[in-house]
Ligand binder design. Structure first.
Ligand SMILES: Nc1ncnc2c1ncn2[C@@H]1O[C@H](COP(=O)(O)OP(=O)(O)OP(=O)(O)O)[C@@H](O)[C@H]1O
Ligand code: SF4
Ligand SMILES: [Mg+2]
Length: 342
């Protein structure tokens, strides 16, 4: 197994007038070469903060990051090496693209900055990258404002792939696109992974999108991973009450279930999180032990790990529903995107 990313006990605490805000609070994740780890959780749970640390935009407060064999200690010293290991694709491509440059120049830029190839070689490489993301010569001569949102995101992806990184961090990379375009860009990511063996840390608040694209899923709540495992294990077993609530919040899933567990209340402040299990203020299964003891990730079989004191009990209660669901086929793309495409 070759790892392209490993974080160990990573924390990011922001200074605020009310005290340190624990945006990322002890996260250990691994991403293998060629796989997609989906990262899902509500707004403010720390997904982007984690992403920014991995690509070097933000510095961790403590913990380590390994990018393949490269251990990141001081972000600035490794900037060039790091850029060849990991690149980021953002939600809004417009902000990342210089409006004065043509698409051709934009895709060439990382090659130039890293001194790769002579002019003619770079031109050929730009044409190859453009073709890989579904852009033509016509698009290469345009400026970003002349393209659609989906085409602009394709330009960002081509730029991100230019240095052949082993890992792309995609932070809400399809969330700002029209739903019909989301499905196309998701399929582009799948296709590129098959061809280039690139790994993705794929971040989204939309669990159905994450399920479609990911081999494994990590569920994040208030700066911590509460569940991680193979996508279908996470989805079918719904072992952590938070995961279960996220699945139940998907309209298409809710109609198939008669024991819906929707989320009550707001996410607590990461400046002053609840003691013990931070999900306890919204958890229908919470009891005394949950306030006293922090649950750690424990193996649940089939590579699934869950941080809940009562995971056994909760999974047993889910099994009854599971027998009813087991005949369902997996869809090609999430239902809400599929419907919009027609
Ligand atoms: N520079 C900063 N200073 C103080 N607090 C910050 C800073 N950046 C982020 N935060 C806080 O850190 C927490 C995590 O934010 P982050 O943007 O990582 O969440 P997210 O999961 O990406 O949310 P979203 O789904 O809305 O993008 C939030 O409470 C946010 O308000
Ligand atoms: S540890 Fe307790 S509060 Fe936390 S998810 Fe499990 S049952 Fe709910
Ligand atoms: Mg974010």
């Amino acid at each position: 197994m070759t790892l392209v990313l490993e974080t160990n006990d990573l924390t990011v605490h922001h200074k605020t007038p009310r005290g340190p805000l624990r945006a990322v609070d002890g996260i250990s994740i691994q991403v293998e070469a060629g796989e997609t780890l989906g990262l899902v959780g509500e707004s403010g749970c720390g997904k982007s903060t984690l992403a920014r640390c991995v690509v070097g935009i933000s510095k961790p407060t403590s913990g380590t990051i390994m990018l393949g064999d490269l251990e990141i200690k001081d972000g600035s010293r490794h900037r060039f090496q790091r850029a060849r290991s990991v690149q980021m694709v953002f939600q809004d491509p417009s902000g990342a693209l210089n409006p004065r440059l043509t698409v051709e120049r934009l895709i060439e830029e990382p090659l130039k900055v890293h001194g790769l190839g002579k002019k003619a070689e770079r031109k050929a490489r730009v044409a190859e990258l453009a073709a890989q993301v579904g852009l033509s010569d016509y698009h290469l001569a345009r400026h970003p404002h002349e393209l659609s949102g989906g085409q602009r995101q394709r330009v960002s992806i081509a730029r991100a792939l230019a240095l052949e990184p082993g890992l792309l961090v995609c932070d809400e990379a399809v969330s700002a696109l029209d739903v019909s375009v989301q499905a196309q860009v998701l399929n582009l990511f799948v296709d590129l992974q098959k061809r280039l063996n690139v790994a993705y840390l794929f971040i989204s608040h939309d669990l159905s999108v994450v399920r479609y694209i990911s081999h494994r899923i990590a569920v994040m709540y208030l700066g911590r991973i509460v569940e991680v495992g193979p996508a279908e294990e996470v989805w079918n077993r719904r072992n952590h009450p938070y995961t279960r609530a996220l699945i139940d919040a998907i309209p298409d899933e809710a109609v198939r279930r008669d024991d819906i567990a929707l989320l009550d209340g707001d996410v607590p402040s990461p400046v002053n999180p609840p003691s013990g299990c931070t999900f306890r203020t919204r958890c229908p299964y919470a009891r005394e032990r949950c306030a006293a003891e922090v649950p750690v990730l424990r193996d649940r079989g089939n590579r699934l790990q869950v941080a809940c004191h009562f995971a056994d009990e909760i999974e047993a209660a889910n099994t009854v529903v599971e027998t009813v669901r087991s005949g369902q086929a997996r869809s090609d793309v999430p239902a809400h995107l599929r419907a919009a495409a027609h």
